[in-house]
Design a protein around this ligand. Structure first.
Ligand code: PGA
Length: 241
């Protein structure tokens, strides 16, 4: 694993932005796997800056996001689609039909999950998957469990996740109770993986990912078996290494 430690969150945003844009410069029709949450925002800001400078063109880029809530209206500002629109897509020249999300409102969610896997395959697979990590080692909505869930699937959200995410909603009751997410196998098939982790609350999970046992009790630990993983950490997230 390529472990990079930075002094500031700002620097990580710049480094991650360059990393993703470098992929697009080398391969203009790249397929990017993207993430939501507070962690990638600075990377997205830097991508927007590079785009505005004319350094990078997204017109042939395809994206697949990791996950989406179930049963939220499509235009709900808390949907992950809305998040991506706000923090990245509306600022760059990506084509609407090249943007892919799991549809949490699909009538048949199992079918939707299988179709999403197929769409990723049809696009040629993901070139770089960007990931945040939960303090419990979750990636996307793959929470600690007794076994690794391989492909896209529906998850019932844990009370702790609902409580964590309620900060974005009017009330805890307004938080969806289920989501659709890429599985561990979907993520592991990406050609390269970039994880960003910020803050001491991620330090334990990061130590486990780098040097702990590979176990579904820390889903991100499976990344030890991937051949091309880069971790960009601030000093807090790297404090237990
Ligand atoms: P965060 O979430 O970026 O808001 O810390 C990361 C995650 O839970 O995957």
């Amino acid at each position: 694993m390529n472990v990079l430690v930075f002094d500031t969150e700002e620097q990580i945003g710049i480094a991650a932005g360059y990393y993703l844009c470098g992929q697009v410069l080398q391969k203009p029709d790249s397929v990017l796997g993207l993430a939501t949450g507070s962690t990638p925002i600075k990377a997205y800001n830097h991508i927007i800056q590079l785009y505005r400078q004319g350094a990078v063109d997204f017109s042939r880029v395809t994206t697949f996001n990791l996950d989406e809530y179930c049963r939220l209206p499509v235009d709900d500002p808390n949907s992950y689609r809305a998040f991506m629109q706000e923090h990245l897509f509306r600022h760059i020249n990506i084509t609407a039909e090249n943007i892919h999300f799991l549809d949490g409102n699909a009538a048949d969610l199992q079918k939707e999950c299988a179709a999403y896997e197929q769409r990723i395959r049809d696009a040629g697979g993901i070139d770089i998957q960007l990931l945040g990590i939960g303090s419990n080692g979750h990636i996307a909505f793959n929470e600690p469990a007794a076994s690794f869930q391989r492909w896209c699937h529906v998850v019932q959200l844990k009370d702790s996740t609902i409580a964590d995410n309620s900060r974005f909603f009017d009330s805890v009751e307004a938080v969806p109770t289920s989501a659709v997410t890429m599985g561990i196998g979907s993520i592991m098939q990406a050609k390269r993986i970039l994880i960003i982790a910020l803050g001491e609350k991620k330090a334990k999970a990061i130590r486990q990912v780098i040097s702990g046992d590979v176990t579904p009790a820390c889903p991100a630990s499976i990344l030890q078996f991937h051949k091309d993983v880069t971790l960009m950490l601030d000093k807090g997230a790297a404090s237990l290494l």
